[in-house]
Design a protein around this ligand. Structure first.
Ligand code: FAD
Length: 306
């Protein structure tokens, strides 16, 4: 016999685990399908200095372990697998993970958005050691230092603009000779005296062992390679929301799950939290706040509908 759950939460980053803490304390006995990347994006980083309640800062994996422990304290069940597919056309909803088949009255989707990286092994090795994808999160660690931003779109311009307020110099490395970013952002960035551009150039290697020390740059026109000493590298080439398992069953907006009234997806009974619907704020604390809101909306929905 298949058990019918009141609430299944997909994702175990700050959004999913906060949703779970609230749901468990509200006696909804939530099931969290954690995903293969249990803990989410903060598992990739070292110091987190901006999550309230930790005046000395906290390591990303420690913060996520604490959130999980808090959810477990109020008896949340965890399944450490990826969701493969969902059927949101039937009631209760059906959720298939790699080995489980769950039926649930409500669903919270908190599957995040993965930062796109350059894909270099040397870059992957140095994430959290001078290589980042989030200027708001990590910019402060590079106060009065020299950094590179890779990218040519709106995100790259926003990251560069934020970093220019903290860093000694910001160099935008772009593989083309013009930017895709909207012109107002381009003008803002070009007006900053400590931001300069290197055009038609790719980062092909990050150098350093415990910390990034330099990058190898390749001029895509001449093929010439040079080394540039650097304190930090910010990769700003976009994010990919994790929505493949939905296979078109919810409305999207620029690839992110479309929400109305903050947490409601386009199918009643399905709620959304965190970076999977938020292309603007993308912070642990905003994702956690969204998880809390999603569970409160689930409770209201269950009272009214079931
Ligand atoms: C290097 C780095 C450093 C950062 N530093 C900071 C910082 O200092 N401060 C800050 O506030 N923010 C920081 N951020 C941003 C922050 O990590 C994100 O905003 C936050 O993690 C978003 O939370 P989320 O719960 O929405 O998604 P995520 O943290 O992305 O979690 C998504 C979860 O969904 C799961 N999932 C995905 N697909 C599936 C599937 N098919 N089935 C089941 N589960 C699935 C994943 O396994 C994961 O558990 C940083 C991000 C990065 C990459």
């Amino acid at each position: 016999m298949e058990i019918q759950e009141k609430l299944v939460i997909i994702g175990s980053g700050p959004a999913g685990l906060t949703a779970a803490i609230y749901a468990a304390r509200g006696s909804l006995n939530p099931v969290v399908i954690s995903g293969r990347e249990a803990g989410g994006q903060l598992m990739l980083t070292t110091d987190v200095d901006d999550f309230p309640g930790f005046p000395e800062g906290i390591q990303g994996p420690d913060l996520m372990a604490r959130m999980k422990k808090q959810a477990e304290r109020f008896s949340t069940k965890f399944i450490d697998e990826d969701v493969i597919s969902v059927d949101l056309k039937r009631r209760p909803f059906e959720i298939k993970s790699e080995t489980c088949n769950l039926l649930t009255e409500t669903l919270i989707i908190a599957t995040g958005a993965s930062a796109m990286w350059l894909g270099l092994p040397s870059e992957q090795k140095l994430i959290g050691k001078g290589v980042s994808s989030c200027a708001v999160c990590d910019g402060y660690f590079f106060k009065d230092k020299d950094v590179i931003v890779v990218g040519g779109g709106d995100t790259a311009m926003r990251e560069a603009q934020h970093l220019s307020k903290l860093c000694k110099s910001v160099t935008i490395v772009h593989r083309r000779d013009s930017l895709r970013a909207q012109s107002a952002l381009q003008n803002l960035v070009k007006s900053k005296p400590n931001i300069k551009f290197i055009w038609n150039t790719e980062v092909i290697e990050c150098l350093g062992d415990e910390k990034i020390k330099a990058v190898k740059l390749k001029d895509v026109k001449s093929g010439k390679i040079k080394e540039m000493p650097i304190d930090g590298l910010f990769v700003a080439i976009g994010h990919k929301p994790n929505v493949e398992f939905l296979k078109g069953q919810l409305e999207l907006d620029k690839g992110y799950i479309k929400v109305k009234n903050e947490t409601h997806a386009s199918v009643d009974g399905v709620f959304v939290a965190g970076d999977v619907s938020d292309y603007h704020f993308r912070q642990a604390v905003t994702a956690a706040g969204a998880g809390c809101k999603a569970t409160m909306d689930v409770e209201e929905y269950l009272e009214a509908n079931v």
